[in-house]
Design a binder for this molecule. Structure first.
Ligand SMILES: [Mg+2]
Length: 316
């Protein structure tokens, strides 16, 4: 059996084991790990960008790659309701890479770190044929603001923080070599973690995850860990006019971008009916007791197939 046969989620399932250390509150399986004591929670996440898989040097400049490397990690910390703090950067770089390129990477990383009040406090460098940037980010969270994937309850509303489908639409424009649609392209090249929103809503919501793989797989992760199901209202999924135009132009379906695309880095969260007035966002569905996930459209319910962005079966 090869890694590609079971994909990213299958592989994660194989290595997920219950940890025995009592200080580990959340191990593998959420956006970030949580350890410490009830009085002092620490949050820890890691994510990497690989040349040819997550970025291409003819699409991104080095500053944008540096910015994106930080944003995607901040997005995971934000999804826990936590505040990002310190970073370790590991890089593998080709020996003949221009030093100016590395300067650009750091310029982008520092710029994004300054935006969030994060400090780079260490790392490691080695060489390889392709560029690889791996970020480890710590965070801090107050006990009462902690948001796990496992907290959703039947009857909760499902909300998203912003428009979806931009990440995939942007990628498709680059893949097809289509010019124009600057807003969508910029969204893909320079995504923004929704930290402000996360910190604002975290005291009032039951569960949260960020959209790195698409709305359907993210909701599926919440449902799996919360032992429940979901009904998604297809016509309520927020998709911008520009993304719809891109999809039409390329002969794609804009709902596929939103549901199974990825790299939107918006937040998906569930909130009780009592707290719904305390949060903003787009209501896209409801958590249900029955453990299936369906898409509701035109008076019909359809089961959703799982086909989010899988890092071992698809690249750019
Ligand atoms: Mg995540």
């Amino acid at each position: 059996m090869k890694v590609k046969d079971i994909g990213e989620f299958g592989l994660i399932d194989r290595i997920t084991k219950r940890s025995k250390d009592k200080k580990i509150l959340v191990g593998i399986g959420d956006d970030a790990a949580i350890y410490g004591t009830e009085k002092d929670f620490q949050v820890l996440t890691t994510d990497c960008l690989v040349e040819g898989d997550h970025f291409r040097r003819d699409w991104f400049n080095s500053t944008q790659i540096g910015m994106k490397a930080i944003e995607i990690n901040v997005s995971d910390i934000a999804a826990m309701g936590a505040l990002p703090k310190y970073i370790l950067v590991s890089m593998a770089l080709p020996k003949d890479l221009d030093v100016e390129f590395v300067d650009g990477l750091y310029e982008g990383m520092w710029k994004t770190c300054d935006k969030y009040g994060i400090e780079i406090i260490g790392g490691n460098m080695t060489h390889s044929e392709k560029i690889l940037i791996s970020i480890t980010l710590t965070g801090e969270v107050d006990n009462k603001n902690l948001c796990l994937r496992s907290g959703a309850k039947p009857g909760d509303y499902i909300l998203v923080s912003g428009h979806l489908g931009n990440g995939r639409a942007g990628l498709r424009l680059f893949q097809k070599g289509i010019k124009g649609f600057e807003k969508v392209r910029k969204y893909y090249l320079e995504p923004n973690a929704q930290l402000k929103t996360a910190l604002k809503i975290s005291p009032f919501i039951n569960s949260m995850i960020d959209v790195s793989d698409g709305l359907a797989p993210e909701i599926s992760h919440i449902c799996k860990q919360s032992k429940c199901g979901a009904m998604i209202y297809k016509d309520k999924i927020p998709i911008s006019e520009e993304v719809r135009t891109v999809a039409t132009k390329l002969g794609d379906n804009e709902f596929d971008y939103a549901l199974f695309g990825g790299e939107d880095f918006e937040l998906v969260y569930t909130v009780s009916k009592e707290n719904i007035d305390k949060v903003n966002g787009f209501l896209v569905g409801e958590i249900i007791k029955n453990k299936k996930i369906s898409l509701f459209f035109n008076g019909e319910e359809k089961a959703i197939e799982e086909k989010g962005y899988d890092h071992f079966s698809r690249g750019i």
